[in-house]
Write a protein that binds this ligand. Structure first.
Ligand SMILES: [Zn+2]
Length: 419
């Protein structure tokens, strides 16, 4: 058996195994949630109404079923691009039209991104205007949706094309160790993006106003001082213009570090509860979760670039995924695209590991918040957030292990009571 055929076989096997596991997990989740739909778990009987519990169950089931449809479509597209020859066809069309070279490769990356985006459009639209709408979460208008889309496209071209050109250039010009150079450039680019995101990119999509509630501001500032934390500012974001889901987050680093509250969060929580949520976020910093996550991202991308460097010089990598490499022209754009398509297929099986670490971090941040503020406020806030976001209180435990980056409410609240 040739190496290419062997690789095709491994790819198909990983894809099929992944589908079976995903289908099994989704079925478990839907059954588990449906089985517990008729009664609020005893621990929450006082705090959660049956109607809210059932809404969460229905929302969870609807999202899981939608996820299955998306998975089927995504698999069809993946096979279409690879083994059925879609990417090969697109590459040949562009080669005939433009010849080989940097422009052809940039055109290939752009055409792939545009076509994929268009093919995913029905799902994006359905999710926003049907699924989220049905449960009362969508606040997005068509006008805003179109405006967002236009801005994202423009921004994607402005930021994406130069970095793609730089990557392709390094792949062609930097010799055998190009992947090390490309990794360095990629990391620098990501750091730069994190630096400019809060001040230049996020304001293109949302309005950020300084927090003007004096009482809340005083509490928040006192908390930050107590925790030895300096941020440039406290901001309120008009999240309500897109969705009723509530959130708070930290963004940027160094001088551009800031705290952002969604207006939806401030509407739903008392001052004490907001303080507890913020203390939880500070806990992520105190436990160095942010730094650890960045270090992990650096290490993983180094491994990724090294792997891409190795794969890109083997013709079985291309042929095995349904693409004939160009003879007299560079294949770097093809290598990047095939890599992006193939990695999730094999990577799915290690997915439980990062979410497991993330859940551990959530518990640590909760513990920090309880030490710094009131445990009662934190549990009340979490309960409200889980309820307002219609997160189910009764997810399937195995599904949680695979997918949940945050522990279910029951586990978090149980630890708070115990602690
Ligand atoms: Zn957290």
């Amino acid at each position: 058996m040739s190496a290419a055929l062997l690789f095709t076989f491994a790819f198909a096997l990983a894809l099929a195994a992944g589908l079976v596991v995903k289908l099994w997990l989704a079925t478990r989740q839907v059954r588990h949630v449906a089985r517990h739909r008729d009664a609020v778990p005893a621990a929450f009987a006082q705090a959660i109404a049956l109607a809210a519990h059932q809404k969460a169950a229905d929302y969870t089931v609807a999202k899981t079923r939608f996820g299955l449809l998306e998975m089927a479509w995504g698999t069809a597209l993946l096979l279409g691009w690879t083994l059925l020859g879609g990417l090969d066809l697109l590459n040949k069309l562009l080669m005939n039209w433009m010849g080989g070279g940097m422009l052809q490769q940039l055109a290939l990356l752009s055409a792939f991104a545009l076509i994929s985006g268009l093919l995913d459009l029905p799902f994006t639209l359905w999710q926003t205007f049907r699924l989220e709408e049905r449960f009362g979460f969508n606040k997005m208008t068509w006008r805003l949706w179109l405006l967002d889309g236009a801005k994202s496209l423009l921004l994607g071209a402005l930021i994406g094309l130069p970095i793609a050109a730089l990557m392709l250039w390094l792949m062609g010009a930097a010799g055998n160790l190009w992947w090390l150079w490309a990794w360095g450039a990629w990391m620098a680019f990501n750091l730069l993006l994190m630096l400019v995101y809060p001040t230049f990119i996020a304001p293109l999509f949302n309005k950020f106003q300084p927090l003007d509630d004096a009482t809340l501001k005083a509490r928040v500032n006192a908390l930050m001082k107590r925790c030895g934390f300096a941020a440039k500012g406290l901001f309120v974001m008009d999240g309500s213009k897109r969705s009723a889901h509530a959130n708070a987050y930290f963004t940027g680093f160094g001088a551009s570090k800031r705290v952002v509250f969604y207006d939806t969060l401030l509407r739903q929580l008392s001052a004490g509860e907001v303080e507890a949520v913020l203390a939880h976020e500070l806990g992520h910093f105190k436990h160095r979760h942010v730094v650890k996550r960045m270090a992990a991202m650096f290490a993983l991308s180094l491994a990724g670039f090294a792997l891409l460097g190795w794969l890109s010089v083997h013709s079985w990598f291309y042929v095995g995924l349904g693409v004939q490499p160009n003879m007299a022209a560079p294949n770097d754009a093809l290598a990047i695209l095939l890599f992006m398509l193939a990695v999730p297929v094999f990577g799915f099986f290690v997915a439980p590991l990062p979410v497991r670490i993330s859940r551990k971090h959530e518990f640590e941040a909760d513990a920090y918040a309880i030490a710094q503020t009131s445990g009662a406020d934190l549990s009340a806030a979490l309960l409200k957030l889980y309820q307002d976001n219609a997160s189910t209180l009764t997810p399937d435990p195995v599904f949680v292990k695979f997918y949940y980056s945050h522990p279910p409410a029951s586990e978090r609240l149980a630890r708070m009571v115990a602690g």
